[in-house]
Ligand binder design. Structure first.
Ligand code: GCW
Length: 678
């Protein structure tokens, strides 16, 4: 190569090197770093680490008017919210708390990045929830339960001495979307988490997160006093046990004065709990709550409890917790999964919402895609989150949505909170799939303001993460907005649920029948297909789970004619030739749903390929190759479910839809080597 050519090549490649994109910057792509305003254009009296961060962000990235940051105690009613007022010369951000000022700064940076007018702002923001929390299911050995973006971000072996730069980047990303709390470790908690050496490591993370307005919480193992402290048991009414927790709390708060509290999974899936000693969930939660109370700490007690019994799994949490209503301390909040089974692609909402009248309730969402194709499938989850929050429980009459029950509108909750199981790992792009970043983002934005629409959030996220070019923005937004329904269609349409391959939950196994094992982990337990039809009868003639819903929902769900079709197989055992609203038989409808799911994913592939001119090479190809997996998986799901269910329906697959490309017997042989316990 002659010199000219060599220089030409370097010249041509340089922009590519410069713009190399691995997704690590998330949505925080403020234009041209280090071109922000000068220090003298930022007016602020306070000196505090949080304000310092706010100023640094402005000096690096803000390119507009003078900014004044004001701490105003009179704005206390906004909690960690803020106001923004502006004219073309100046923007004033006011908040009672420093974290509110930082959120205000991220707000205007977002406006700048999405090219909005910032010359006449008059904004008041008050967060929907007090505790906006990510639950990490990260283990102390660096693995993540249900994590699909590599190992844990937390390097326990290196801490407390060696500090990864990603800890601060993580805190910044959370602060930029209003997340103010994190549980660092798996709810299947190792007692070792509370060992002094681990607490010292936790302290280092808490110190890094604090200036970003983030509090640290821990999942605790109920048997810690026995396992770690060597006590004879962990009975919550045992004075020695209480003393042990007291000393532990005192040790924690000495290291971390603003420690948030505990998250507890007790007497669920083999975890220890108060019932091991004949005590109730309230006894267990209250013991911890009393100990944390003097420090302002809280207990988030999970309602995800079920055991292998004759009772429909969907009913168990309600049966267990409703009798305890009114017995919990006011610094206990019961954390309830959005649905009564387990983060399925679509569930009826959990009937516990609204049923606990005197107890604070919080929603737990799963951001990580355990049941949605891991990080391989592009599934934008805001519509799922919104569907739950907007569900009307009728607990206090019409309009008693889950949002209003949990955000304190309908109940004067002492604490309000909302949790999401994180999808974050040490992958360069944090979430495995570039589009899964949108789910972290959407969770944060929604728990800050649950009235935002899925579309608004997608719009912002695309503009910030990719580009605001309409040729990209509009089609990609449409793809995102339809993606959850598409996934429901090719995985489990019409209210089908839990027909996943056992353990790892990736791929179909509708034939799964774990005789001798746990029937409530068997797909056949959930779909109940037979010669007559398919679906779980939860009406009066079946498990009567419908009775746990407030009127008129119990009637609406209980009657096959009024039950929403997207939940029909959740609540009813439906004959194969039952006529659906569109005139098709149930069997045909099922076939068309699976087929629609497959077709939509193919359309996403075509659409994405057209987006190539607007995306950097790396992200383009990475998304493209995951879409290929998604398309193959969708066909796998469709063939597995239709061929298997056809052995019961004995009806032909309608000719309009694509023929199966697999043999059922071959599909049954697939065993993926992805280890997991249930
Ligand atoms: O969804 C199930 C998961 C388990 C998880 C459990 C829970 C952390 O398969 O991996 O354990 O729920 O939420 O406790």
């Amino acid at each position: 190569m002659n010199n000219f050519r060599r220089y030409l090549l370097i010249f041509l490649l340089f922009p590519l090197l410069f713009f190399a994109e691995d997704g690590s910057k998330l949505w925080l792509r403020f234009p041209n770093a280090k071109t922000g305003i000068s220090a003298d254009k930022i007016i602020s009296k306070g000196k505090n680490p949080t304000i310092e961060i706010a100023k640094k962000e402005l000096m690096n990235y803000w390119q507009g008017q003078t900014i004044e940051l004001r701490t105003e105690k009179s704005l206390k009613n906004l909690k960690d919210g803020y106001t923004i007022k502006s004219n073309s010369d100046k923007i004033i951000i006011s908040a009672a708390k420093e974290s509110g000022l930082l959120y205000g700064v991220y707000h205007i940076l977002r406006l700048q990045q999405t090219k909005s007018d910032v010359s006449q702002l008059n904004i008041t923001e008050k967060p929907s929830y007090d505790v906006r929390i990510l639950n990490h299911w990260d283990n102390l050995d660096g693995t993540i339960e249900r994590g699909y973006a590599g190992h844990s971000l937390w390097k326990w072996e290196d801490l407390p001495n060696k500090i990864s730069p990603r800890y601060e980047e993580y805190a910044r990303a959370n602060a930029s979307i209003g997340i103010n709390s994190v549980v660092l470790n798996n709810v299947n908690a190792s007692p070792n988490m509370l060992r002094t050496d681990y607490l010292q490591k936790v302290k280092v993370l808490a110190d890094i997160f604090r200036p970003y307005g983030i509090k640290v919480y821990l999942s605790v193992n109920f048997s810690s006093p026995k396992v770690l402290g060597g006590l004879e048991n962990s009975d919550p009414l045992n004075k020695n046990v209480q003393q042990w927790w007291k000393e532990k709390a005192s040790e924690i708060y000495k290291l971390i004065p603003d420690f948030g509290g505990f998250l507890v999974k007790a007497n669920s899936e083999g975890q220890p709990g108060p019932q091991d000693y004949g005590r109730t969930h309230a006894d267990g939660a209250n013991m911890m709550a009393d100990i944390l109370k003097p420090y302002g700490g809280i207990v988030m007690w999970r309602a995800f409890v079920y055991s292998p019994s004759k009772e429909d799994r969907a009913k168990q949490a309600h049966l267990e917790f409703v009798p305890l209503d009114g017995k919990f301390r006011d610094n206990v909040i019961v954390q309830i999964k959005n649905g009564p089974i387990d983060f399925q692609p679509r569930e009826a909402f959990n009937p516990l919402f609204g049923a606990l009248k005197k107890t604070s309730e919080m929603v737990e969402f799963q951001i990580t895609q355990e049941y949605l194709g891991f990080s391989n499938h592009l599934v934008y989850l805001a519509p799922l989150f919104k569907e739950t929050l907007e569900s009307d429980t009728y607990s206090e009459g019409k309009g008693s949505t889950i949002a209003k029950i949990t955000d304190g509108t309908l109940r004067p909750n002492k604490i309000t909170g909302i949790a999401g199981v994180a999808n974050i790992g040490e992958d360069e792009n944090w979430t495995g799939n570039h589009f899964a970043q949108a789910n972290w983002y959407a969770f944060g934005r929604l728990v800050w303001n649950h009235e935002l629409s899925s579309e608004q959030i997608a719009d912002e996220w695309i503009k910030m993460t990719f580009t605001d070019d309409q040729n990209f923005l509009n089609p990609v937004k449409e793809m995102m907005l339809s993606s959850r329904e598409t996934t429901v269609d090719y995985i489990m349409p019409l209210g089908l649920h839990h027909i996943f391959a056992s353990g790892h939950h990736y791929g179909p196994e509708p034939w799964g029948d774990y005789k001798g094992g746990r029937p409530d982990w068997s797909p056949v337990y959930y779909h109940k297909a037979d010669a007559n039809g398919i679906g779980f009868d939860r009406t009066e003639t079946g498990s009567n789970a419908v009775s746990q819903y407030f009127p008129p929902l119990n009637e609406i769900y209980g009657n096959i004619k009024t039950c929403p079709e997207n939940l029909i197989l959740w609540f009813h055992h439906v004959p194969w030739n039952y006529q659906m609203n569109d005139g098709k038989t149930l069997w045909e409808e099922l076939c068309f749903k699976y087929d629609t799911g497959v077709k939509n994913v193919r359309d996403y592939q075509k659409l994405w390929d057209k987006m190539q001119p607007y995306v950097d090479e790396q992200r383009f190809t990475e998304v493209q190759s995951r879409l290929k997996i998604q398309a193959r998986d969708a066909v796998w799901w469709k063939d597995a479910c239709l061929l298997y269910f056809q052995t019961f329906s004995k009806m032909p697959i309608p000719y309009e839809i694509e023929r199966p490309v697999h043999e059922l017997e071959d599909l049954k042989k697939i065993k993926l080597d992805l280890k997991h316990h249930n």
